[in-house]
Design a protein around this ligand. Sequence first.
Ligand SMILES: CC(C)(COP(=O)(O)OP(=O)(O)OC[C@H]1O[C@@H](n2cnc3c(N)ncnc32)[C@H](O)[C@@H]1OP(=O)(O)O)[C@@H](O)C(=O)NCCC(=O)NCCS
Length: 312
Amino acid sequence: MSLKGIEIQTYRELQEKNSLAPVLEQAFGWAFDPARFDKSIRTDPRLRDGAVGFCAVKEGRAVGYVGVMDFTLRTVSGADERVGGLYAVATHPEYARQGISTALIARSHEYFLAKGYRFSILTTSPTIVAHDFYARLGYFDVAPFLSAYLGARTKRLETPTRRDLSKPDYDRMLELFHKSVRGRTGFALRDKDYLRMMFKQYEIASKECMTTERGYMIFKKEKEHARIRELVAEDGKEMLRLIGIVEGMTKKPVIGRLGIPYSKDLIKAYGSQGFTVLENGHGVLMAKELAVRASFSVSFGDKFCMGALDHF
Ligand SMILES: CC(C)(COP(=O)(O)OP(=O)(O)OC[C@H]1O[C@@H](n2cnc3c(N)ncnc32)[C@H](O)[C@@H]1OP(=O)(O)O)[C@@H](O)C(=O)NCCC(=O)NCCS
């Protein structure tokens, strides 16, 4: 492993931000636009106050990247715990297997520890080489992300009444969300800033979000399918009603993203509506205990939840 001639800089320090484009496109297929990303950094509460990421820089150009985010999670005791998150771990193919990611992740862990964070989290897939690499660095699987699938149908279902559906109302959504995640840990804390960021990040139009008295649903109707991105409701009956609304919009397949669900009712609702619920998806949340005495299971217990829109 040789890191000769390679320097580690924060994303904010990196001069040639465009040099990240091939690194991120090769790894994730992203068309990286620094101006657009800078806009997100200014408004995203997970990035706004931090280093944004660490870059391996050779002769002024980035050849590797590890993004760093800040999260506030809820613990078993109901307290807030600030944790670090790694995103967009990528090395330029011509610089692979030279220890670049290892060095950037080590730098990120130092950075999190300096902030007083006891845990680092990331999302990945057990099917890629990075998963074993993370495991060797001390990360373990927290829980997989669940999805639900309904095939194409010959007929649309009868659409439940949409009379009481209204445009997104952040206050109402937050109230419903916090009610639904009561007693849960992890991504159970949201504020308006966070919600705004989600809407922006996933380009959710107001017509793609329905709020009722007892629940809300964020969905996307695409050419080939419809996707339920978040479904929050006070009870199973309201969940069924909201799922039924999407089924009534299209005959195409419907995909429900459940993340790490906040309630068993959600799995039941999809199941009883004829969806196949995949309880072991290819996506997984991993965590690492950074501090000597930190225990993820003691802090978060077995009630950890994470919405599909919390994915990072
Ligand atoms: C995964 C990735 C980030 C590794 O970057 P890297 O700078 O080459 O990583 P390192 O050189 O520090 O290697 C760390 C370890 O990862 C494992 N690893 C990396 N590439 C591997 C490969 N192609 N096959 C098997 N193991 C591999 C090895 O255990 C390696 O240690 P070793 O070389 O001592 O055996 C890089 O391959 C990449 O950008 N992949 C595409 C994007 C991606 O999958 N990112 C992770 C998303 S969650």
